[in-house]
Design a protein around this ligand. Structure first.
Ligand code: PAF
Length: 290
């Protein structure tokens, strides 16, 4: 497995792999890898003979008061995990390689970046779209894999690729969860004491919401009320709990046929996100029409 730091090196490795007849898959990460990332790698290797993992804690997606310095890092462990998972190359550029002196060009995906995390973390998706576009130019992948846990990020990246005619296929990969439902996230490492247990309220709330919708509820208000109760009982401070159209992320008046329930909440000082696309029973969309 190669460990590369320069854009021209990873581009060269990718082009050489393609010249040998391979497809190239990219798994963009900020490191501190967990089984959710390794699932992206597994899927990437199914799709392509040459799988690149990028490890870069991207400064432009962190706000001034966010946890850039504190973001967990363990490069030695990450590279071992990549090696064991059959990754062909790790691309781990220093910050100056991605953001050279005088850097001033950004990618903004306008509408999709605005609600949910975009409203709470101004500039976050501009940073994500910019670094992902740069990684695509560096690696020139045929496929890029993103977890559905970062649901809004996935929609932002899909839109950017479509709008800017980027020649890469985006693959969303279902969220990997612990046996008790907690969505895997590098930020889970921050949870202390009873916070790990309390954080299960997020996945429980998503589960309960789907139960209500499956039982015929299609109004957002009762579903959001039930979600709010579960989070409050666990002492999760809600940042947002919203029902949105799964593709456009516009607010929905009815949960039929489908709506994404997006949650963000603070458990202690740790901000966790989770989501689930809720599906109404067959025929509910028609019944919900006025
Ligand atoms: O999801 C992440 O880890 C990051 O937002 C990404 C896509 C690697 C961009 O820095």
């Amino acid at each position: 497995m190669e460990i590369l730091e320069r854009v021209e090196e990873v581009r060269g490795a990718s082009r050489a792999a393609k010249a040998r007849g391979n497809k190239v898959a990219l798994v963009p990460t900020m490191g501190y890898l967990h089984p959710g990332h390794l699932e992206l790698v597994r899927r990437g290797r199914e799709l392509a003979g040459f799988c690149v993992v990028s490890i870069f804690v991207n400064p432009t997606q962190f706000g001034p008061s966010e946890d850039l310095e504190k973001y967990p890092r363990d490069f030695a462990r990450d590279t071992e995990l990549c090696r064991a998972a059959g990754v062909a190359a790790v691309f781990a550029p220093p910050a100056a390689e991605m953001y050279p002196d005088g850097f001033q060009t950004y990618v903004t995906v306008e509408g999709l970046s605005q609600p949910l995390c975009g409203a709470r973390r101004p500039g976050h998706f501009r940073g994500v779209a910019t670094v992902v576009a740069k990684l695509f130019h560096a690696v020139e992948p045929d496929f890029a894999l993103f977890g559905e846990k970062d649901y809004q990020q996935l929609q932002v990246v899909r839109r950017m690729v479509r709008d800017l005619d980027m020649a890469v296929r985006i693959e969303g990969v279902p969220t990997v969860r612990e046996a008790d439902g907690l969505a895997l996230s590098s930020r889970n490492a921050y949870l202390q004491g009873d916070e790990r247990q309390r954080s299960l309220a997020l996945s429980r709330a998503l589960e309960r919401a789907q139960e209500l919708v499956s039982a015929g509820e299609s109004r957002p208000e009762p579903v959001l009320a039930a979600v709010g109760r579960i989070l409050a009982e666990a002492g999760v401070r809600v940042d947002y709990a919203e029902l949105r159209d799964p593709t456009t992320l516009a607010p929905v008046a009815r949960i039929a046929p489908r709506a994404v329930l997006a949650l963000a909440g603070f458990v202690g000082k740790t901000r966790l996100i989770d989501n689930r696309v809720l599906s109404a029973p067959e025929g509910a969309a028609r019944r919900a029409e006025p």
